[in-house]
Ligand binder design. Structure first.
Ligand SMILES: *[C@@H]1O[C@H](CO)[C@@H](O)[C@H](O)[C@H]1NC(C)=O
Ligand SMILES: *[C@@H]1O[C@H](CO)[C@@H](O)[C@H](O)[C@H]1NC(C)=O
Ligand SMILES: *[C@@H]1O[C@H](CO)[C@@H](O)[C@H](O)[C@H]1NC(C)=O
Ligand SMILES: *[C@@H]1O[C@H](CO)[C@@H](O)[C@H](O)[C@H]1NC(C)=O
Ligand SMILES: *[C@@H]1O[C@H](CO)[C@@H](O)[C@H](O)[C@H]1NC(C)=O
Ligand SMILES: *[C@@H]1O[C@H](CO)[C@@H](O)[C@H](O)[C@H]1NC(C)=O
Length: 322
């Protein structure tokens, strides 16, 4: 029950003439896109010039399935009355004052949220009391669809992913050019975002026909029309190529670093040992100018160096754990 109705029931007993005072709603249902503005209107009779001091306008909202209503906007005896406004609406509502003298109580809500949807009670007290209900529906189209393609490791299957946010919950269909139904390999899941939107993720795991394009379609009967994203295999192959390229660009410097670092270390160590008067190994090598052997020797010390760093690292982490 709307809170203000209790007050109304008391007041109607005072206003015997209230039957003469009726308000009207030119539009009973408003459907607005998430994030947009909406202006809802109630009309009341003004005979001549408006006496603002006698006017009280109350807007309350009640969501479906919720017992308590929220106060959206209150004008009491011509004065804005913000203390009782519900925090959900702070800074987002206005009553268009210039319209009041025309007998129009127009409530504007900016950047509409999913939680704004519901039934709105518009109550006007102007030497008589009356109220009406207006329904506000909020929808959010699945406008931006993010796509992703992955290759299943060790298989010739691909995983196509489409993800988008909207409201209400949409179904996701996958198609190729011949409208062939691919639903058997589809898994669609969703979560709710903090804003009350559905975050829908749909995956299609299959072996694609390389000469065809595929698309995912987000559909809900309440949203006019559907939105879709297309995945073209040729584009996919080119992205794969570029990813491989960037991988190579990453791997080569890594290999160089891995190879250079230990040898630099060994060189440094050798120099140190030479300075310390222990040039035994070096002298031995010089006396044996077998290039192959020297290389192998170098390699062995390299792996050893690597092994050592690993051990130190794991010991380090071990001590951190203790
Ligand atoms: C909503 O209203 C605000 C304030 O009046 C305005 O700044 C904004 O541009 C409007 N937004 C849209 C989408 O009309
Ligand atoms: C409007 O006001 C005039 C006088 O100011 C009065 O005669 C008339 O009955 C009023 N009409 C209504 C509908 O109240
Ligand atoms: C669908 O995906 C979800 C989340 O990734 C997973 O928990 C679930 O088991 C999957 N269902 C099927 C039928 O593969
Ligand atoms: C929606 O879900 C995807 C993964 O399923 C996640 O990466 C993304 O951050 C989510 N978006 C929001 C706004 O919650
Ligand atoms: C792949 O698609 C092409 C063109 O639509 C079609 O001719 C071919 O038979 C398809 N191949 C397979 C294996 O379905
Ligand atoms: C697939 O899409 C790409 C780019 O959108 C297009 O060039 C190509 O002709 C399409 N292939 C088919 C079989 O329709």
């Amino acid at each position: 029950m709307f809170q203000v109705l209790t007050m109304l029931l008391l007041e109607t007993q005072l206003y015997v003439v209230s039957a003469l005072f009726t308000i009207e709603v030119p539009q009973q249902l408003y459907i607005v896109e998430y994030g947009n503005n909406v202006t809802m209107e109630c009309r009341f009779p003004v005979n001549g010039s408006l006496n603002l001091g006698l006017l009280t306008v109350v807007w309350e909202q009640k969501r479906q399935g919720q017992s308590k209503s929220k106060e959206v906007y209150t004008l009491r005896n011509g004065e804005v009355f913000p203390p009782s406004q519900h925090h959900d609406y702070i800074g987002r509502t206005a009553l268009l004052h210039s319209e009041l003298k025309l007998g129009r109580a127009m409530l504007q809500i900016t950047s509409v949220k999913i939680t704004d949807a519901g039934s709105y009670l518009c109550l006007i007290d102007y030497q008589g009391v009356d109220y009406k209900y207006i329904t506000l529906k909020v929808k959010a189209s699945y406008k931006r669809i993010n796509t992703q393609v992955m290759r299943k490791p060790g298989e010739d299957k691909f995983v196509f992913v489409c993800q988008s946010e909207g409201f209400p919950l949409a179904e996701v269909f996958w198609q190729n050019e011949h409208n062939f139904n691919l639903s058997r390999s589809v898994n669609t899941t969703y979560t709710l975002t903090a804003d009350g939107l559905y975050n829908v993720t749909s995956t299609l795991t299959f072996k694609p026909n390389m000469s065809e394009n595929y698309s995912c379609v987000f559909w809900n009967k309440e949203l006019n029309g559907d939105t879709s994203a297309h995945i073209s295999i040729s584009a996919l192959l080119s992205t794969q190529y570029s990813r491989q390229k960037s991988l190579i660009l990453f791997i080569i410097p890594m290999c160089v670093m891995v190879a250079v670092l230990p040898s630099a270390l060994i060189l440094f160590q050798k120099r140190k040992s030479f300075k310390n008067g222990q040039p035994k190994k070096d002298r031995k090598r010089k006396s044996n100018p077998n290039v192959k052997d020297e290389k192998r020797d170098d390699f062995n010390s390299q792996t050893e160096a690597l092994y050592m760093t690993t051990v130190t690292a794991s010991r380090d982490s071990g001590s951190v754990g203790l």
